[in-house]
Design a protein around this ligand. Structure first.
Ligand code: FEO
Length: 401
């Protein structure tokens, strides 16, 4: 049975949520599921804005056929060719033999990679500034390359002042009937998932996000319709501010994220001592993560939130701990920059993890490493405790300046 929501009089959400999905992209844990948004515009012409993942294809077609009723589909606009959105385009084009598919030239090439011919002669390509009148409204195509694939574009409906934004402004998390920002309580779960989605999936492409935000600033936007998560019609300024911070790699908060690996508790003891010293100093925005038990995508998201980061790692096979290596690899991959870092190393006979972490951080932009670097030899003793107090002092000075 169909399950849809009206966005405006002429635009209907026809997406669906997958609450059985364990790993988004077979990579990111999604305990709150994921939504795949698709929209239909009914004007003199009928337009479908993207399709959905194969997991929710049956629901999508129920919705599509219900909204179209006895009308045929005139246009399918494909803004992004990742399969969580393009999985149904072949079936859509088969069901509607007169429909035209509108996409960028790069997307057209990808369609040829993903699909066999049967509708390729019905593909129309568009580029920056191209327009399509569909009746009372005109669709304006806005190129958004590398947000986060090269073929991506956005689409602006100039009548309802709706910007369809592909993955931008999307988030992990299934929708639960409420699809609008003003129907949802943006509690920590939603905001954490939004930040985790952005930082891990789009985070690398801050410059490209900045470019498209500048284009968006020239449009009169009343509604943002992303391909995942809530539709924005009230909190536009709020979500645009988040994107401004994330895409310029500016910390959202004066906060300390402590990431540690600990094999037998010695390194964990060191970070507990450090965190307690910070709390004694009145610094309470502290989050601590055991690298062995927390998914790396959560820690990458915290790197985007927090101004200060502490990395604490034992020495392992003459290297840093493997989980710390994984975190630093991901931090570099998503272009974490503009952060102040404290380092703690541990090593019972030849500690080198601080040097290895420093080398890895050297491959990132605008990273400041605080003095002193703390070296623990197996377990914290009085001399190491005193150096931890000095690091706490350095963090306090840096946060409060
Ligand atoms: Fe939601 Fe890049 O696909």
């Amino acid at each position: 049975m169909h399950c849809t929501r009206k966005i405006t009089e002429d635009i209907t959400w026809i997406g669906a949520s997958d609450r059985r999905l364990n790993l988004f992209e077979n990579l990111f844990p999604v305990p709150r599921g994921a939504s795949y948004n698709s929209y239909v515009i009914l004007d003199e012409k009928t337009v479908l804005m993207d399709t959905v993942d194969s997991s929710v294809g049956a629901q999508f077609f129920e919705n599509l056929m219900f909204v179209l009723r006895d009308r045929a589909l005139d246009y399918l606009v494909v803004q992004h060719m990742e399969p969580d959105h393009c999985a149904q385009i072949e079936e859509v084009m088969r069901r509607f033999p007169d429909a035209k598919l509108i996409c960028t030239e790069k997307a057209k090439g990808m369609i040829g990679q993903f699909y066999n011919d049967g509708f390729f002669d019905r593909i129309l390509t568009v580029t920056e500034g191209d327009k399509l009148s569909i009746g009372a409204r005109t669709l304006h195509f806005v190129m958004a390359p590398m947000v986060h694939w090269p073929e991506v574009m956005m689409t602006y409906d100039d009548l309802d002042k709706v910007l369809f934004t592909a993955d931008a402004f999307g988030t992990f998390g299934a929708l639960s009937g409420n699809i609008f920002d003003d129907e949802i309580t943006f509690d920590s779960a939603w905001v954490k998932d939004m930040r985790r989605y952005y930082s891990n999936i789009v985070g690398k492409y801050g410059a490209q996000v900045q470019a498209v935000l500048k284009k968006a600033a020239t449009l009169d936007i009343e509604v943002i319709c992303p391909l995942h998560g809530p539709v924005y019609r009230e909190k536009l300024e709020w979500i645009l501010d988040k994107y401004q911070a994330w895409s310029t790699y500016a910390p959202e908060e004066d906060a300390v994220a402590i990431f540690y690996a600990s094999m037998y508790g010695g390194t964990e003891n060191a970070v507990d001592i450090l965190a307690s010293a910070l709390a004694e100093k009145g610094i309470h925005n502290i989050a601590m993560y055991d690298l062995s038990t927390v998914d790396v995508s959560e820690m990458v998201a915290e790197c985007f939130r927090c101004s200060h980061i502490v990395l604490a790692s034992p020495t392992y096979n003459g290297e840093m701990h493997p989980r710390m290596h994984e975190l630093l690899t991901e931090m570099k991959a998503v272009s974490v920059q503009n952060r102040t870092i404290g380092l703690i190393e541990n090593g019972s006979w030849a500690p080198v993890s601080a040097r290895k972490m420093t080398q890895a951080l050297g491959e990132m932009k605008n990273i400041s490493i605080l003095e002193p670097v703390v070296t623990v030899r197996a377990a914290v003793k009085q001399p190491e405790w005193e150096v931890l107090m000095q690091l706490a002092e350095a963090l306090e000075q840096s946060i409060k300046k």
